[in-house]
Design a protein around this ligand. Sequence first.
Ligand SMILES: NC(=[NH2+])NCCC[C@H](N)C(=O)O
Length: 323
Amino acid sequence: MSACCWRHWWDWKCCACSAELRAVASVSRTLAVVAAASAAGAPRRGPEQGPGALLGAGLTQALQDAGCAMAGTTLLEAQDAPACGTPMHQRLQACADYARRLAERIATLPAAHTALVIGGDHAVAAGSWRGVGVRQGDGGAPGLLWIDAHLDSHTDATTHSGNIHGMPLAALLGEGAAALTGLRGPALDPARTCVLGARAWEGEERALLQRLGVRIFEMAEIRRRGLDAVFAEALRIARGKGGGFGVSLDLDAIDPQQMPAVLCPEAGGIDAGELATALRTLRGCADLRALEITEYVPALDPDGGCARLVIDLACAALGRRSG
Ligand SMILES: NC(=[NH2+])NCCC[C@H](N)C(=O)O
C-alpha cells in the first residue's frame, strides 16, 4: 500500500487505494478483554502494570468508538510472582501456573467472541494460545502470527538469560520444560506458525525454529520486500486452510524510536504506521480468534504517547470504523 495510505490509514476516503480498503468488509466483533497482568517471565517488574495503564488510557472506549461490542474485561493478576533473582525453575513454575490460569480463562470465553489479551510480559502467551486451542475444540491449534523483535524460542536447556519470556513460542510448539509444554490444549502446528520482525536472537532458538520448519520473516526481508507483502504472506501461513488463527504482538517489534516503553528494545524495528496499515487487514478476517499485545511498560511512557499508539494499533486490527 502507498505511503499515502499510512498517513491516512484512518481515513476511508483519502486516496486512490481507499477503494481497496473499502473492498474488505470489516467483521463485526464482540471483544472479550483479558488483562494478563503478569511480569513473572520478565527480568524486571513493569509489564504487569501494562493492562491497567492501557485500560486507564481509554482502550475499551476507543475500541467501542471504532465499532467493537465489548463483552467485558477480566483482570488476571499474578499471585505471589517470585522475585526476579529467584532460581529459574521457580520462575518457570510461576509462569506455568499463571499460563494455566490464563488458558483456562480464555478457554471458557464464548466461541463467537474475539479475545483481546493484554500483557504482561510475553511469557503469558504460553497460556493464551493453549486456551484459544481448547476453545476451538475439534478445530485444533490456531495458526499463529508472532510479531516480535525476538524469537522467544529458547527452552530451559538453551536459554542464556534464564528469563522465561524468552521461551513461550518454543513452549507453544511443544518444546522445553514440561511445566510449560504440558498445559491443556493443542501445541501449535509449525507449518501454520510464523515470526515477523525478528532481529535479535541466540543461535539455539533460531536452530529450533528452523528444525521445526517455522517461517521467520526477519527485518532484513521486511525492508527488502515491504511490510505489506511480507504481512500478507505471513497471514496466508497463519490462516492456512481455515480453522482459526491469532496474532501475538510483542511491542518491541516496533522501532524503539516510536515505541520506547518496552522491556527489551532493539534498534531497527517495524515502522508503527506501516504496522497499523498491515494490522488493518485483520479487520476482514472472520477467522481471527484472538489478538495479544504484550510487554508495554507504562513507567517508560511518562507522556502516554506509547499507550495511545498501542490503542491505535488495537483499533486498527479490530475496529470497523475510524475511532
Ligand atoms: N519477550 C521478550 N522480550 N523476549 C526477549 C528475549 C531475549 C533473549 N533472547 C532471552 O532469551 O533472554
